[in-house]
Design a protein around this ligand. Structure first.
Ligand code: NAI
Length: 343
């Protein structure tokens, strides 16, 4: 049963929602609401079975508690997953049914877009509940959160190179960016404007070529970006990119990027430390998007968002200092600081 899943531990509430007319099968996991209502996006994925879906929801919800706490937001952590193929099984009714299920939770969980869902899908959720954020501009939303995420990663890279290399900016440094999507491309632009040299890779050739033309980036094959001779490696594509196979190949002294769940397993954090690589914990450095979405939900002034995204730099300083003082991995330091904030 779900109670026996190792990831269930620590969760406050898990809700299974179904609607036969629209075909909705969803799981809403509320991990922790000590800091406020649980906020986290809704993922749509063709999970092989309900255990896989539940495990994903539980892990992602817990991750949001840590991320939101470290960003200093007055919200807890939660996540929803819809079991289904986002390319073939979406309908307005499906998202309306999800909206009704969320509404019944009375504000304990607030959803937003995530992998497989879009601001357009959220407009149907909004028809049934006000507990949704990340809406498009015409519905009072603030649009794509990716530029805010990219800004947070940029100031995070600056904090990391200051700490590790003792330099004040990325000017003259080489940064390898893996993935030039919504976040990675905007990050590459900021790095280029700040005087960094870029090495880039994307499975979509056009993205790399655009970065080469606009930012003078050097393109390498997707499976070679991990080996790049660079000061900083910025993963902005997939999860689990730091693992036992890739670790010995790294030539950088800093890993700092937007991708979620960069460490394949927890002990990789220690291994990075032993290898002399400074790792900026993913959920700390990539919080710019949730900071923006949360501000939108709480109807806070848009111009307060940038300062708070830039504050990610100070939070990372705190993490790096604690790790150094206590002789522990930065990933462990971040977890400890986060737990103290949501306990
Ligand atoms: P995206 O889907 O727009 O971009 C991902 C890019 O990576 C695409 O251009 C894709 O072609 C490329 N890619 C995929 N596999 C690759 C590989 N093996 N090698 C090289 N390139 C590859 O996604 P987005 O929004 O830019 O997000 C990037 C990462 O950041 C994801 O892990 C996401 O979960 C995370 N993230 C994004 C936030 C946001 O505000 N968009 C917020 C927090 C985390």
């Amino acid at each position: 049963s779900i109670f026996e899943l190792p990831d269930f531990d620590g969760h406050e509430q898990v809700v299974f929602a179904s609607d036969s007319q629209s075909g909705l099968k969803a799981i809403i996991a509320i991990h922790n609401t000590h800091r406020g209502p649980a906020m986290g996006g809704c993922r749509m994925w063709a999970y092989p079975d309900s255990t896989a879906a539940a495990t994903d929801a539980l892990r992602l919800a817990r991750g949001m508690t840590y991320k939101n706490a470290m960003a200093g937001l007055p919200i807890g952590g939660g996540k929803a997953v819809i079991i289904g193929d986002a390319r073939t099984s979406k309908s307005p009714e499906l998202f309306r049914a999800l909206g009704r299920a969320i509404d019944q939770l009375g504000g304990r969980y607030i959803t937003a877009e995530d992998v497989g869902t879009s601001p357009a899908d959220m407009t149907f959720v909004r028809e049934q509940t006000r507990y949704v954020a990340g809406l498009s501009g015409d519905l009072g939303g603030t649009g794509d959160p990716s530029p805010a995420t990219a800004l947070g990663v940029f100031v995070g890279i600056e904090a990391a190179v200051r700490h590790r290399l003792g330099v004040d900016s990325v000017n003259g440094l080489t940064v390898a960016v893996q993935g030039l999507g919504h976040v990675g491309y905007d990050l590459a632009r900021r790095l280029h404007e700040a005087g960094a040299r870029l090495i880039v890779a994307d499975i979509d050739r056009a993205n790399g070529e655009r970065a080469a033309a606009q930012f003078g980036a050097r393109i390498v094959a997707p499976d070679e970006i991990v080996d790049a001779q660079a000061d900083v490696f910025a993963p902005c594509a997939l999860g689990a990119v730091l693992n036992r196979q890739t670790l010995p190949r790294l030539k950088c002294s800093v890993v700092a990027g937007a991708a979620n769940n960069q460490l394949a397993t927890d002990d990789i954090g220690e291994m990075l430390r032993d290898a002399g690589v400074l790792y900026a914990p993913d959920y700390v450095i990539n919080a710019g998007g949730i900071i923006k979405v949360c501000a939108e939900y709480l109807q806070e002034p848009v111009d307060s968002v940038e300062d708070r995204v830039r504050a990610i730099s100070g939070t990372l300083d705190e993490v790096f200092q604690m790790a150094e003082r206590d002789g522990i991995a930065t990933s462990r330091a971040a977890d400890t600081l986060a737990r103290a904030r949501f306990a």
